[in-house]
Write a protein that binds this ligand. Structure first.
Ligand SMILES: [Zn+2]
Length: 286
């Protein structure tokens, strides 16, 4: 392998892939020190993070976003069942937030019509929506909670995407373990993407080739496959799911993504889109 300025070609390529990265899934933990640490991480990669912000932290995060518009984009973590949800969407939008999420734990299926006024408003604002999909943790097993993974299946995003074609939708965790459904609804809906955060890339680490059969339609000529020159893998976007300030997960998740994408032979151009190019294009359009 040729060596350029002391770096192997592969290492150089890996570095370029991460430049301009976008992490679509970073939870704000309410601590200013976390924002500063995340900023330093992002500086290293010339990157940007979607900062998922509960309503009670809106003001402090809005101020921080204004100081670092190149590094952070705000997402409002509303609860779909909150009677005040539509008004909260307005408040987040006025404060400069570009998206909503991570939505999780709904009392009804994500595509229930009672949530449509929220999606309608988000669409008016050209927002990006991040939904938790698939299995979810149960942090307090002793406390009864009205939560069901069945209401957060990736297939519940399909109807939202079709009803609100100007919304951009990201499903978190590739619907773990409903991968096949997640990939197929992404194939047909140009406004749906998925991140691979969570346990999926750990669970499948001995078997990354499985992703080739999930994202199977690159350059396939078939009357029932939407025409595109893009790699099927470009329905994936990068998300780390940094949570509770555990910032090391950001680095670990970059490594896992790279290992999986390299082992599936995904081209450097497609990887650059997955790591940030796709989301930067969408943000620039809105
Ligand atoms: Zn999640």
């Amino acid at each position: 392998m040729p060596v350029i300025l002391g770096l192997s070609a592969a290492a150089l390529q890996a570095q370029t892939a991460a430049r301009g990265m976008v992490d679509v899934h970073v939870h704000y933990n309410g601590q200013k020190s976390f924002l500063e640490q995340m900023l330093a991480r992002l500086d290293k990669h010339d990157g940007m993070a979607f900062l998922l912000t509960p309503p009670q932290n809106l003001d402090e995060v809005a101020a921080f976003l204004k100081e670092h518009p190149q590094r952070f984009t705000g997402f409002g973590s509303i609860r779909l069942d909150d009677p005040d949800a539509v008004a909260q969407v307005d408040r987040f939008q006025k404060a400069g937030f570009r998206g909503l999420g991570e939505m999780s734990g709904p009392l009804k299926n994500y595509d229930d019509k009672s949530y449509w006024p929220i999606y309608e408003r988000a669409q008016q604002y050209g927002m990006i929506l991040l939904f938790h999909t698939g299995i979810v943790m149960r942090p307090n097993p002793e406390t009864p909670s009205d939560i069901s993974v069945d209401r957060m299946r990736p297939t519940t995003l399909d109807n939202i995407a079709r009803q609100f074609p100007k919304l951009t939708i990201i499903g978190a965790h590739l619907g773990n373990p409903d991968y096949a459904w997640a990939a197929e609804i992404a194939r047909w809906n140009p406004n749906i993407y998925f991140d691979l955060s969570g346990s999926t890339l750990i669970k499948l680490q001995e078997n990354y080739q499985i992703f080739k059969s999930l994202f199977w339609w690159s350059s396939i000529v078939s009357p029932h496959t939407p025409k595109s020159s893009a790699s099927a893998f470009e329905k994936i976007v990068f998300g780390s799911d940094v949570f509770g300030g555990e910032i090391e997960e950001f680095d670990r998740e970059i490594d896992r993504y790279k290992k999986m994408l390299d082992s599936c032979g995904v081209s450097p151009q497609a990887q650059a889109n997955i790591f940030g190019g796709t989301m930067r294009k969408i943000l620039a359009k809105q």
